[in-house]
Write a protein that binds this ligand. Structure first.
Ligand code: LLP
Length: 416
């Protein structure tokens, strides 16, 4: 099962995470529910961190992929830094015991309050996206008597060849500063006395199945670093962003983390630069599943529907990106297969988890795992249709525990 981490396997016909049968978790803690494997998350982090051991580096986990405090705590303990895009994400990192000196702050629309908070907490650096933002950070740093470490996010004009909503590295996108103009921006920023121009950064998109566009961007950034250094700007780090994809579908091939970091290490040799990465999906996606229970089977005009208790409010990726997630039974049966749409209870035609899917011939009460949902699942959940958010479970070597309880009806109306 290439679309799940090594912790997941069928044992005696039961889908397990480590030694724990997922059906036991679902029976005891209810459905829909997210389950994450601690072992798979740390293994993916170590694949990056140990793979880059030969060069100066910092792996900053992109909190947006899965911000559960227990996941952040796990990664902080393993030595990860963090890539944040909001004050809220910084708050989460600090609550999880993350060290602010390992935090990079990305994003095109940082507010004055967020910049202030990040400066006061002493983060590592800001990935800046415009001259107006540089001016704001300089002004805030001046008021606090601090110097802010800066990278400018460059748009290298490389096609990430991924879904248009998660591709960011082309000229027409809102992200970064055009590589053709960025040297002028660095030059003008030299006048801002409370900034230290230490890095260059980029992030060209997400769910890249091949490393080629990432390496192309890296080469373009190397050229930029040389030109900036030639002009007397002492660049010390290069941040290549996130983006490495994962296999979502049986048979799909994604570049391995080990291959990617070996390619990066080779290119970094002799450059006197620290490499920073901001992986999100590739650390957590295959470490998570969303468990759901079949409510009904129905047919409309001969079309088969499996109605389940999970929906677009728990997992919006199929509705938003036509994303494919494998859906497999928690207990194997001998009933053969059907072709069906897997749909949730939400009153939207876009509320589907799979369409025309060849899948197990399930009955009401049976339980399914929606796979590869550890990234961009729970973080993008909503309360639409007044649906309480699901619980989250972490499985580690000691067993399983609830790391965020299911929301209650009272949670739904809190503050109203
Ligand atoms: N750094 C920056 C500046 C980013 O914008 C992102 C993701 C990352 C790092 C992490 O990228 P990753 O390693 O996860 O590819 N909701 C979408 C994905 C949106 C990604 C946004 N930026 C999805 O479900 O596919």
């Amino acid at each position: 099962m290439n679309f799940l981490g090594n912790s997941f396997s069928y044992q005696d016909g039961q889908l397990c995470c480590g030694k724990v049968a997922l059906a036991d978790i679902a029976e005891s803690a209810g459905t829909p529910i997210y389950v994450y494997s601690a072992r798979d998350i740390t293994a993916a982090f170590h694949a990056y961190d140990e793979g880059l051991a030969a060069i100066p580096h910092k792996v900053c986990y992109a909190v947006k992929a899965n911000g559960n405090l227990s996941v952040l705590r796990l990664l902080a303990a393993a030595g990860a830094g963090f890539d944040i895009v909001s004050g809220g994400e910084l708050f989460r990192v600090l609550k999880a015991g993350g060290n602010p000196s390992g935090v990079v702050f990305s994003g095109v629309g940082k507010t004055a309050e967020e910049v202030d908070y990040a400066l006061r907490m002493g983060i590592h650096s800001f990935n800046c996206e415009s001259e107006a933002e540089l001016a704001l950070i300089d002004a805030k740093a001046s008021r606090l008597g601090k110097t802010a470490s800066i990278s400018i996010r460059v748009n290298p004009d490389v096609d990430a060849a991924t879904h248009p909503y998660i591709s960011t590295g082309l000229r027409q996108h809102k992200f970064g500063v055009d590589i053709a103009e960025v040297e002028g921006v660095y030059q003008r920023a030299r006048a801002l006395r409370h900034l230290s121009l230490d890095g260059v950064s980029c992030h060209i998109g997400s769910q890249l199945l091949s490393t080629a566009p990432l390496l192309d961007s890296m080469d373009k950034l190397f050229g930029l670093v040389e030109r900036l250094r030639g002009a007397g700007i002492a660049i010390t780090h290069l941040d290549l962003g996130g983006g490495l994809g994962v296999a979502y579908q049986a048979g799909q091939k994604a570049a391995e983390i080990s291959t990617y970091v070996a390619q990066l290490t080779e290119r970094m040799a002799g450059r006197d630069l620290k490499l920073m990465l901001e992986p999100g999906r590739s650390l957590v996606a295959t470490a998570g599943v969303l468990l759901t229970r079949v409510l009904y089977r129905k047919q409309n005009n001969g079309k088969e529907f499996v109605v389940v208790d999970a929906s677009m409010t728990e997992l919006i990726r199929p509705a938003l990106y036509q994303a494919h997630h494998e859906i497999i039974p928690l207990r194997k049966t001998a009933l053969g297969t059907i072709k069906a749409d897997v749909v949730g209870p939400v009153c939207e035609t876009g509320d589907f988890l799979a369409r025309d899917r060849e899948m197990a011939n399930v009955l009401p009460g049976d339980m399914l795992a929606v796979c590869t949902t550890g990234a961009y699942g729970m973080v993008a959940s909503s309360n639409y249709n007044a649906r309480p958010r699901p619980a989250e479970i972490l499985v580690d070597d000691t067993g399983w525990r609830i790391v965020r309880p299911r929301e209650t009806f009272d949670d739904l109306i809190r503050g109203e």
